[in-house]
Design a protein around this ligand. Structure first.
Ligand SMILES: Cc1cc2nc3c(=O)[nH]c(=O)nc-3n(C[C@H](O)[C@H](O)[C@H](O)COP(=O)(O)OP(=O)(O)OC[C@H]3O[C@@H](n4cnc5c(N)ncnc54)[C@H](O)[C@@H]3O)c2cc1C
Length: 399
């Protein structure tokens, strides 16, 4: 898409300058001029009485031609495939099946494929158990260090060769760094941090839902003109659903070292030693919020977590205040968690916090305000002072 000014009809009336919400229009030599930063929103076109603003649309349909199938990037670390790969395959299976059933599907099978890059990758056949029809396995010592540009190069090559219509990736540190490179190279769209994915079966479009405007609305984004349609989804947004007795194919692909080079080198990997149990892997999380009042009161949360064998979570204010590291933050700009039990202490239940924990199996909220929004989604609510309730719980559990 692009914007042009027809200088034959432009009168330099400046009505486009007045309406441009981004301030990128100006009048130069009595004609409208578009500066860098135009989003093609169309406000100037609507305001122009002389039809001097032309917004060119790209042809939409042909991009989809020849693209078929859903791919999931199955991330691994030290050869172990990460849970988010299985989660995306479980959802990907449902999406592939709905595309299969599409009326104009012309009887063609919509395959679900996993792509796994790394060195000494273990249990690749598990990807088939979670829904993959095919697994593209690129196993090479050069891919052992999770170098983003090597991964991006290898992934781009595979996508160009096999032309999937959809590519799904976990919104992990690696995924967030790797996949924009892939999307930019392929010149296609990418929707980050989706909280839901569905299919418009009629148009074979991926409906990518994610929070927008600070979490106040949920936007459903489509990529009509380009293929593949690409989305990232945070770990734990979708549940893992293994199938029994599934058959599939593992295709070993050579890594073409000559074709893909890296500008970066991983010197060392330093694990977060403060994080005893990772919240994204924990079955039980005890979280503290601003209701704790001061940093030293987090000890209460840590003690309850210790006696329950739980991980410690937090809402954003304690992280912003420096009471606890960011790796513990749950929510829209923190981590998404899906534990069996989530105990929220002194947390009000803002939409941004709920975005990261509302799919927990059981939620217990402790809050002294009976009208706190957290009680609307809590399985069990305790209206009371956390400084009295939490010590009682610790005593009972120590018991
Ligand atoms: C773009 C954006 C992204 C954001 N991302 C996140 C995010 O990822 N995660 C996140 O959490 N927030 C996020 N926020 C912030 C969010 O909007 C809220 O401000 C935040 O979640 C509130 O944290 P809180 O519940 O701990 O604090 P508050 O809203 O201040 O609530 C404190 C609660 O503690 C209760 N309380 C006080 N004293 C006691 C006591 N003695 N006993 C029991 N209860 C008590 C109060 O009744 C109150 O309900 C984001 C905001 C924006 C704009």
């Amino acid at each position: 898409m692009g914007i042009k000014i027809n200088i034959e009809t432009c009168t330099g009336c400046a009505s486009c300058v007045a309406v441009c919400p981004f301030g990128v229009m100006e009048i130069k030599d009595d004609k409208a001029y578009v500066n860098v930063g135009c989003t093609l929103c169309g406000a100037c076109k609507e305001a122009c009485a002389f039809e001097a603003v032309i917004i060119e649309e790209e042809a939409k349909a042909p991009a989809a031609e020849g693209h078929r199938g859903i791919w999931v990037f199955a991330e691994q670390r030290e050869g172990e495939i990460k849970s988010v790969g299985y989660e995306l395959l479980s959802r990907g299976r449902e999406l592939a099946d709905s595309l299969q059933a599409e009326p104009s599907g012309r009887g063609l099978k919509t395959e679900l494929c996993a792509v796994c890059l790394g060195n000494n990758i273990k249990n690749a056949e598990q990807l088939i158990a979670y829904g993959a029809d095919k697994v593209f396995l690129v196993d090479d010592p050069a891919l052992g260090s999770q170098s983003e540009d090597l991964y991006a190069g290898a992934l781009v090559k595979l996508i160009q060769e096999h032309k999937p219509e959809i590519v799904l990736v976990g919104a992990t540190s690696l995924g967030r760094s790797l996949i924009p490179r892939v999307a930019a190279t392929l010149q296609t769209g990418l929707t980050a941090d989706c909280t839901d994915l569905a299919i418009d079966t009629e148009k074979r479009l991926l409906l990518q839902t994610r929070p927008a405007f600070g979490g106040n609305i949920m936007a459903t984004i489509i990529c009509e003109a380009k293929r593949p349609q690409m989305a990232t989804v945070r770990p734990r947004v979708f549940a893992k659903k293994p199938f029994s007795g599934r058959q599939g194919q593992i295709i070993k692909v050579d890594f073409d070292k000559a074709a893909v080079t890296s500008k970066t080198r991983l010197l060392s990997f330093v694990a977060d030693l403060k994080e005893k149990i990772k919240i994204e892997d924990a079955d039980i999380i005890v979280s503290g919020g601003r209701g704790l009042e001061k940093p030293e009161n987090f000890k209460l949360i840590e003690e309850l977590a210790r006696v329950m064998g739980a991980a410690v979570g937090s809402s954003r204010p304690p992280v912003d205040e420096g009471w606890i590291p960011y790796s513990h933050q749950v929510g829209q700009t923190g981590k998404t968690v899906r534990p069996k039990l989530y105990i929220a202490c002194g947390i009000s239940g803002s939409v941004q916090h709920l975005a990261g924990m509302q799919t927990s199996e059981c939620i217990v909220a402790i809050n002294n305000d009976p009208n706190a929004p957290i009680f609307e989604i809590a399985t069990y609510g305790i209206v009371g002072d956390l400084f009295k309730v939490v010590p009682m719980m610790i005593d009972k559990l120590k018991g």
